[in-house]
Design a protein around this ligand. Structure first.
Ligand code: ADP
Ligand code: MG
Length: 380
């Protein structure tokens, strides 16, 4: 992990231009569309008649990430990946990235370089050119805003509002692991804060930690679908949990859906940690979020092409809008799918707030955890 004690170059020693130079001098371009990158008032790109996709994300310290357990390099990597994932969700490939960053003097040059090494690693892996950004000082925490551009032929782009009744609902990879990784990190942070002599116990949990700290964007699935000549009828990436994303596609497409609990792919490592923490793994998959897998619908005629793919699971189908959006549980009961979004958590927090007044400051373990999660959601 990055060690701030090793060497510390104050940002004031470099100034803004020195810092920009430091961060951008090793940039190489790979995309043929890049005419001009960093170094002028604007970058210049030539997409040669293709459609351009643009997506942007804002990341605030204390709201979207916690630096007590997020290594800086991972933070940079993940910041880039979540943007790339938005382009993948349009069935397209990310090509260009801009990075704007505001830092306080709490950070050294070495710390910022560490963040950039993560961003650069993501760019290298995904063949994305870093073509510009902005740099500023901040009086509070660290702030980053990334904008990604991608390219696609119009006919390849997938939207959220084009799924149809009877289409099959597919998901890539497995779900819920990133959320279990987050809960583990938060649990160990709490233990550490209560007694700093107790070292975090993270051993043996590589998969869920990696899913939380170092996610990937499924451009491999985009490539695979193209190679198999399967164009999803609708697609979205899973950043807020399966339930929320399915509801987006259904609402926008004016359909209902039936999702089968037993079909939802969950890794054994996620199951094990959910069991240890006394949490329902299905809830993790439905409402956990940050999986950055792709959720998409396909025409039923494409089923044979995808049915044996290890990375893609059919979890249900689209129905008539009047049937509603439903989860069929393992026991065969049909329950309406609900996204545990902002409102649900707000209600729960208010409920608990009232309870707390009644009971004074007494707290329950389970409630605490939900509250933390609620706060995160609310701030999103
Ligand atoms: P301007 O005054 O026109 O905003 P800047 O001095 O801020 O220009 O930036 C100079 C060049 O460096 C521009 O090409 C800009 O895109 C790039 N740049 C600035 N900050 C960053 C950054 N944090 N990461 C990548 N490129 C950056
Ligand atoms: Mg500027």
């Amino acid at each position: 992990m990055f060690d701030n004690r090793k060497k510390r170059t104050e940002l004031s020693e470099l100034g803004e231009f020195g810092l920009i130079d430091h961060l951008t001098r090793n940039i190489r371009h790979r995309q043929p569309a890049t005419i001009k990158g960093v170094g002028d008032d604007a970058a210049v790109l030539d997409y040669q008649g293709k459609k351009i996709l643009v997506s942007t994300d804002l990341l605030l310290e204390g709201v979207h990430f916690d630096l007590t357990f997020t290594p800086l390099k991972h933070l940079g990597y993940k910041a880039a990946i979540v943007n790339f994932s938005d382009i993948a969700a349009m069935n397209s490939l990310p090509a260009h990235l801009t990075v704007s960053i505001a830092v306080s003097n709490r950070f050294s040059l070495e710390a910022i370089e560490e963040i950039y090494s993560g961003i650069q690693l993501a760019c290298d892996r995904y063949q994305v050119d870093l073509i510009g950004g902005d740099t500023s000082s901040s009086v509070t925490g660290l702030m980053m805003s990334l904008t990604v551009l991608g390219e696609a032929e119009e006919s390849d782009i997938t939207y959220r509002d084009t799924a149809r009744e009877n289409d099959l609902i597919c998901v890539s990879g497995d779900l819920g692991a990133a959320y279990m990784g987050l809960l583990l990190l938060e649990r160990e942070k709490k233990v550490f804060n209560a007694d700093p002599s107790i070292q975090p116990d993270l051993g043996g949990n590589d998969y869920i930690l990696q899913r939380q700290l170092k996610p990937e964007a499924r451009v491999d699935i985009v490539r695979k679908l193209k190679a198999l000549k399967v164009k999803p009828t609708a697609m979205i990436d899973i950043s807020d949990g399966l339930a929320s994303e399915v509801l987006h596609i259904c609402t926008d497409s004016e359909t209902g859906c039936a999702i089968y609990e037993e079909k939802i792919p969950v890794d054994p490592a996620t199951l094990a940690m959910a069991q240890e923490m006394g949490i329902d793994p299905t809830i993790c998959a439905l409402n956990g979020g940050e999986d950055y897998e792709l959720l998409f619908t396909i025409d039923i005629h494409d089923y044979d092409t995808l049915k044996d793919d290890q990375e893609i699971t059919v979890i249900g189908h689209m129905t008539h809008q009047a049937s509603g959006m439903n989860l069929i549980t393992r026991s065969g009961t049909q329950v309406p799918l609900r996204a545990q979004g902002w409102d649900a958590f707000k209600e729960r927090r208010e409920e608990r707030g009232e309870r707390r007044e009644e009971k004074g400051e007494r707290r329950e373990e389970g409630g605490e955890r939900r509250e933390e999660r609620g706060e995160r959601r609310e701030e999103k």
